[in-house]
Design a protein around this ligand. Structure first.
Ligand code: AMP
Ligand code: MG
Length: 315
């Protein structure tokens, strides 16, 4: 039998070099990060960026996040401000993305930012992606490694299932620790959270004045699309039970363990629940359920990010 996962590699000197050679050539590589797995390519290369959009079938108006090793590397592309330094000092490297003004002299492809004058940047903490960034002279445009509007991959097998052999290298580093996408913070104009994540509004508020995004705000990024993070089958929220042929996603100890129930966290730990969300969606789909019911998830801490993804999945 052919190995359908022959494009998955464990990380070592050889696969590090192979990744670098490919990235320098303008190819894309599947990489682990602490949030979800990404599809990385040279943010300065037109062809690499086109490959990312084409593979994902991503609408051109959805900008990509650009990944750097540290702020010194990002200095040539974006205009920093005081709020940025405050948050960078506290949370980076880590699961937070900053939208800042792009410098006119920046080499970032205009397709990366969907022709906006701003750019979203992140400094991932994952050891493997950092060791790759260290060897590159360009930053990586890296959206989640899934087809547009679907759910993000949280391990190398998910990535391979999404793109099959259309990508040649996926670096395996087990399950992503956080399991949902980064918090996106706009620092142009009044600070605003554009996409909730594991680093929450309450935590960021300790460092600067910031507001959550209004539901009516104009779409300025992909995570803000109404339909997004969809498992491809209907998702219904705030349910208490489900028919046998539907899956029920639960949390805590209140719900009986049934063959069609999937618990995100027995201890109602919302961080754990977030890390299990996409894994659970994929598991449910693989088992052939036609619908997903979800119980009410507490709306505080990481629960805010979970509910944001659930709402969009249910659209
Ligand atoms: P992902 O598919 O996880 O890479 O999602 C990209 C995220 O980056 C979205 O949630 C957008 O809000 C955000 N984003 C990227 N570029 C920009 C930008 N220039 N302005 C606002 N948001 C952006
Ligand atoms: Mg995505």
């Amino acid at each position: 039998m052919k190995n359908i996962y022959s494009n998955i590699f464990s990380f070592n000197k050889k696969t590090l070099n192979k990744s670098i050679v490919n990235l320098k050539k303008g190819n894309v590589v599947g990489l682990p990060t602490e949030t979800v797995y990404g599809l990385g390519g040279n943010a300065y290369s037109k062809i690499a960026v086109k490959r990312i959009f084409d593979l994902k079938k991503r609408p051109k108006k959805n900008p990509l996040i650009v990944h750097y090793l540290n702020y010194k590397d990002a200095d040539k592309d974006v205009v920093f401000n005081r709020d940025f330094y405050k948050l960078y000092k506290r949370f980076c490297p880590g699961p937070i993305t900053f939208v800042l003004k792009k410098k006119n002299t920046s080499k970032i492809q205009s397709s990366v930012t969907a022709k906006l004058s701003t750019v979203a940047i992140r400094f991932p903490s994952h050891r493997i992606t950092r060791s790759i960034l260290k060897k590159l002279s360009f930053p990586l445009a890296m959206p989640s490694a899934n087809l547009s509007s679907g759910i993000s991959p949280v391990n190398a097998f998910d990535v391979s299932d999404e793109f099959k052999k259309k990508i040649k290298i996926i670096i395996n580093s087990g399950n992503s620790k956080i399991g949902i996408e980064s918090t996106v913070v706009s620092l142009v104009g009044k600070p605003k959270i554009l996409r909730p994540g594991i680093i929450g509004l309450k935590t960021i508020k300790k460092f600067l004045k910031i507001s959550a995004m209004k539901k009516s705000s104009k779409i300025s990024g992909p995570g803000m699309l109404k339909k997004h993070y969809s498992p491809g089958i209907p998702v219904l929220l705030n349910k208490k039970k489900a028919d046998k042929n539907c899956a029920l996603i639960t949390i805590g100890k209140k719900y009986k363990n049934k063959i069609n129930s999937f618990n995100l966290s027995k201890n109602s730990d919302l961080k754990e629940a977030a890390s299990n969300l996409y894994k659970t969606f994929r598991k449910i789909k693989k088992q052939g359920f036609k619908k997903i019911y979800v119980v009410k998830i507490p709306n505080h801490g990481p629960g805010i990010a979970i509910n944001d993804r659930l709402r969009r999945a249910s659209n």
